[in-house]
Write a new protein. Sequence first.
Lengths: 248, 308
Amino acid sequence: MAFRLHWAGSGVFLATEVRVQLHEWLAIVTGTLTPGALIVFVAILAPELLPVTLVGALVYSMFLIGQRVLNEAAYVRIDHKLNELYHASPLSPEGYFVGIAGGMLVAYLPPSLVLLGILQILHPLDAVAGLTLIVCLLAVWAVSSTIGYVVSTLFKDMKTIWPYSALLTNLFGVVPPVFYRLGSVPVEWRSAVLLLPTSAAAVLVDSAAGLEPLTRTEATTAAVALAAEALVLFAFGIYWARRTARER
Amino acid sequence: MTDEPLQAEDVRKVYRGRIGPHVEALRGVSLSIRRGERLSLLGRNGAGKTTFLRIASTLLLPTSGRIHVFGFDVVDEPERVRPLIAVVPQEGKPFFHLTPREQVYCYLRARGIAREIARARTEEALEKMGLLEVADRLSVTLSGGQKQRAMVATVMATEAPLMFLDEPTIGLDPFARRAVWDVLRELTRKGSTVLLTTHYLDEAEALSERLYIVEEGRILFEGTAADAKRQIGGTLRVSIENGGPVRDLFRSFGQTVEEGTALSVITGPERIHEIMDIALRNRLSATVGPVTLEEAFLTIVGRSIDEE
């Protein structure tokens, strides 16, 4: 079978997912609670760190979309069997994957836009920093959506999935320097954290926005790692979606 | 592309357990469906019906064997098969946070059906499934039967050339079941072909032109409901209250089945008088009725279990 990608119907499926999420608007709002709480704490305790925290909140929110992809894809498959309805149809498996991932991105974008608005007020981004932010956030979305989708296919029970969902978010979103500066990480750990997509994205945006300087080596390491992870993982996500559309 | 909706040859499926034993779900199933036909797969739980349906609908790989849908191989050419089919999955549910109207319309649009046609078909399907009154309520607020009808409406509205329905009327009340039957009949009149699994034998009899009885991954019977009934040696069933203890009196008339203290005798019309005479002489109450598909099913599957 030739490996040709088919996207017909994926836009409609994406819109369907957006519609589903909008009917659950409270989940969209509550999704901002963790970064929102952190922003409030930082605003009270260390207001000078607020722009870094806002960048972190944007990256975290984008990574959180992967968790939503995980939960939605698993729920639709395990609880509703709707994956079968769509897989036995002209909508391609890659269209299904991108539809869920894109649907979550669009539906959960409004809170990120609010965060971006606050950042623009406190620390206006120039064109280069703005572009860096957009590219980095899209890369984080590609990585997190793929991780979420792939993990969703590995389990047969929703309850088993919940801990993994929380684990991934904390592992990628809270532990590495997403909400705090790279400078706070011990030197011997810095190369490692630059390889993580979330911290790589955060430090690249911080650097482009003039919030924290990066050495050329650090910037190159973070940029190459993030780009490679986004491209390779997203391609793997498409491969995995095709592979798992049919059980073995 | 050929005109033959489905042709299966020697399909086998072994589920290889990582920890537990391997399970041989299909052991060489061959069957074919003609265009515009409604065909039922009957069998006990775990007989292999759903496995077959999932392989035929490109959702599961077989271990060996071939299935062609309109001439396309489901293993090698799934992307050619999928536009031609639609599936109601077993225990499938609509998106809870969509209304039935949104559910049907969005699915049709995702299949590439033009807006106007999708709109018209959505309304038609909702009407036929009796969902117009709740068409704009979120599915999460609907009853189990209404959710199931929304799933059936979603698939029926596709008017796909070949539809697979895995227990489509489970949980539906008798009126809703008949509404589904009517729509399926209409779809086949329009040229679609329907393969369904069901545990309701009256449904299989009322709806399908042919049926296959599957047991332990093998096909035990192929034919019409009338053929199945003929397999058990008679067209009439005499039910004799408290006839169990005197079963020997009736053995020569045909197959006898004890159910508690009652006895059923499967026989032909020519022997009814003799049986009734014996029953009267022994002061036993007896009634006569036609043999049901359920009895035929139990006999055919039971015979197979006894042989094992």
